[in-house]
Design a protein. Structure first.
Length: 459
């Protein structure tokens, strides 16, 4: 990033972010700071004469200061380690000042205090949310049964989370509510399964049944207990060559790779992974746990990893939110258009393969599986659990119903609606979508019938 000369003669170098909350705490604790992280807040000055970039590089010392800038009363430790991780500054011979001095220092160096207030409001919102919906690392089966009002099983087992029948392990709780998934039930390795009484005999040996008349509702009720906080402050990994714009917020445990560019006002949630060379335009929101591959482009306003639209219903028809515990996983070299939304999986992941290209204003529902090199054009909507094979093209304003598969090398015409699985690749059109030649013949016959009917009426 090219260095810029400010109005007061200071040199503003490449911005290397630190967690905003850690940044705030350092400012509150340290008076007279001349540097916090890699941001110069002190009284260091540079001669006001014009100097070219080459001279600046020669004058830069090992701590990244330019010219005659001085740090008084203390040494400033390197905020960015060799491995790229942002750590807390190591201060020596630190001289304490007063609160008034801090405010004056911030004012003189154009630090916007509203940024601190903004972060405080987010922190408070996280605390409030945690009180209402506390995330828990594990629960005993007896605790789960007491919570749901079910009969406790004779055998106790520790449950660390909810998972699908296919992906569950001995420490996961799964659910079964549709005979379509009977084969998965027979092979599951879950520690326990919520299911109706008629299917107990179908469980593999060692899997504990939790008998209920409404497994789907019980899943929704339990999902709130296993939901982690929406945001957590703390350390994150930042590669030395990454560039972070103004107003970006990064959550605990995030990993941002080499040569990543994140433009202003983006929110990167906790435990997000962003691969090398990825470009993220302004105002993008990436929710917790999302994994983004290398050389991905995400355009402005996209939302990656929000909860899908999923609800269960009580006996008196009241909706109960299903908290989505899965992730979004995006392959290398994908491109995601402006204001596109990709929902996280309920239990498993929503996945985009390599080289997928998505236009603006596209909706990808929870648990969708998008094959390599698919193209999805503007205003297309994919309902939950849709599976696209490789090289599928969805033209503008097309759509799919949920829980279906579209064969590789299929092309869906504009404004078409796929209502059942397509097993053979080809061109399809219409609502419901059918092979395009059949659709054209059908339209020709329909037009001829209407024309004949119109002639009879004319007579």
């Amino acid at each position: 990033m090219e260095e810029k000369k400010l109005n007061n003669g200071q040199i503003k170098g490449k911005a290397v972010p630190a967690e905003d909350w850690e940044f705030k705490n350092q400012i509150e604790k340290n008076t007279g700071n001349k540097k916090v992280g890699n941001r110069d807040l002190g009284d260091g000055k540079v001669d006001k004469e014009k100097v070219d970039k080459e001279k600046l590089e020669k004058r830069r010392d090992k701590n990244g200061r330019v010219g005659d800038g001085k740090v008084e009363n203390r040494e400033v430790g390197k905020e960015k380690r060799e491995d790229g991780e942002i750590g807390e500054g190591q201060n020596g011979n630190k001289k304490k000042g007063n609160r008034k001095g801090e405010k004056e220092n911030l004012k003189n160096k154009n630090f916007k205090k509203r940024d601190i207030k903004h972060n405080s409001s987010i922190e408070k919102a996280v605390q409030d949310f945690s009180i209402l919906k506390p995330g828990q690392n594990s629960l005993k089966l007896s605790e789960i049964c007491n919570f749901l009002g079910l009969t406790p099983p004779p055998e106790e087992r520790e449950i660390v989370g909810l998972q699908t029948l296919e992906e569950a392990t001995i420490h996961h709780l799964s659910f079964f509510h549709n005979s379509k998934y009977l084969n998965q039930l027979k092979k599951t390795k879950a520690g326990a399964v919520l299911l109706p009484p008629d299917y107990i005999s179908q469980l593999p040996e060692g899997v504990i049944p939790l008998v209920t008349t409404n497994p789907y509702l019980n899943l929704a009720q339990l999902s709130a207990l296993f939901t982690p906080p929406p945001f957590e402050e703390g350390k994150f990994y930042l590669a030395p060559t990454a560039q972070i714009g103004k107003g970006v917020i990064i959550g605990k445990g995030a990993k941002i790779g080499q040569n990543v560019v994140i433009m202003g006002n983006c929110v990167i949630g906790p435990e997000v992974e962003i691969g090398d060379g990825t470009l993220i335009y302004p105002n993008v929101t990436i929710y917790r746990g999302t994994v983004i591959g290398k050389r991905v482009i995400i355009h402005a306003g996209a939302v990656i990893g929000a909860d899908g639209f999923g609800y269960a219903y009580t006996s008196d028809h009241k909706p109960v939110k299903i908290h989505h515990l899965g992730r979004v996983v995006i392959g290398d070299e994908c491109e995601i258009g402006a204001n596109t939304t990709i929902d996280r999986g309920v239990l498993g992941d929503t996945r985009l393969g390599q080289g997928v290209k998505i236009d603006n204003l596209v909706q990808i529902g929870h648990n969708c599986q998008i094959g390599d090199y698919c193209i999805i054009v503007a205003q297309t909507g994919l309902a939950g659990s849709t599976k696209l094979g490789v090289h599928v093209v969805m033209a503008g304003q097309s759509a799919s119903a949920g829980h279906l598969e579209i064969a590789p090398f299929t092309r869906i015409a504009a404004k078409s609606g796929v209502t059942k699985s397509i097993k053979k690749g080809g061109d399809y059109s219409g609502v419901p979508a059918r092979p395009i030649r059949e659709w054209r013949r059908l339209n020709a016959i329909l037009s001829r019938l209407l024309k004949e009917k119109g002639i009879k009426k004319g007579k």
